[in-house]
Design a binder for this molecule. Sequence first.
Ligand SMILES: Nc1ncnc2c1ncn2[C@@H]1O[C@H](COP(=O)(O)OP(=O)(O)O)[C@@H](O)[C@H]1O
Ligand SMILES: [Mg+2]
Length: 243
Amino acid sequence: MAVQLDRVRRVFNNTHVVIAGMDLRIDTGEFLAVLGPSGCGKSTLLRMIAQLAEPDSGQIRTEPDGERFQTAFVFQDAHLLPWRDVLDNAALPLELMGESKARRDEKARAALDQVGLHDALDRYPAQLSGGMRMRVSLARALVTEPRLLLLDEPFAALDEITRFHLDVQLRELWQRRGMTVIFVTHSVSEAAFLANRAVVLARSGGAIKLDRILELPAVRNNELRGDPRLGQEMRLLLGAIEE
Ligand SMILES: Nc1ncnc2c1ncn2[C@@H]1O[C@H](COP(=O)(O)OP(=O)(O)O)[C@@H](O)[C@H]1O
Ligand SMILES: [Mg+2]
């Protein structure tokens, strides 16, 4: 088990029940997509899993082995520091952890290599495209070798071609690293393409309308985009959203 939610409830302003009592278990190594319309509580849920916010009642447990457990969070905006170059942006979490310059440069280089940014190390954020900035953000999340990676609509602001590339890259990273991934999106096609399991949330109250293991091949590449099996999964997810 990586994450377990028991009867989790979150209310804003005493009256606005965003999540009314959610039970959800996410196993180690899963790639879970959390899908639902804007405002349904996806970010609220993810922030609680990241322990950036607390539920009003109920319980969220993350992997029992507290010491080795590590979480990284990727937001829709890359949140890079404009006065730092790519290498120093990616190395930031290690700096905060007190690692030596040599160690953190080595690890940041390796992470940037994995997202295809090895030849942009000394560029500054203003000199990067939106897709490259998001790659730096991903690399920065990966430098600490998290076992749980939480992503909140990370590619939503990018153009479709860039998003397609990043989808494939993220899948490969997940396969290589064996981490648990929770990916929040409002895109049916992105959820189906990326995930092994998808959870669809109701428009209000955070009820789980569908919890499904996707019947798709393990290797996801752009050929799959036109595959009828992907279309079938998308129809099922969309049906649950519109129900
Ligand atoms: N800090 C907050 N205070 C009050 N209301 C909030 C707060 N955060 C989120 N909400 C409300 O909770 C609902 C769910 O928000 P959110 O989790 O951001 O949805 P999603 O990420 O699915 O778009 C929305 O109606 C939003 O306005
Ligand atoms: Mg959100």
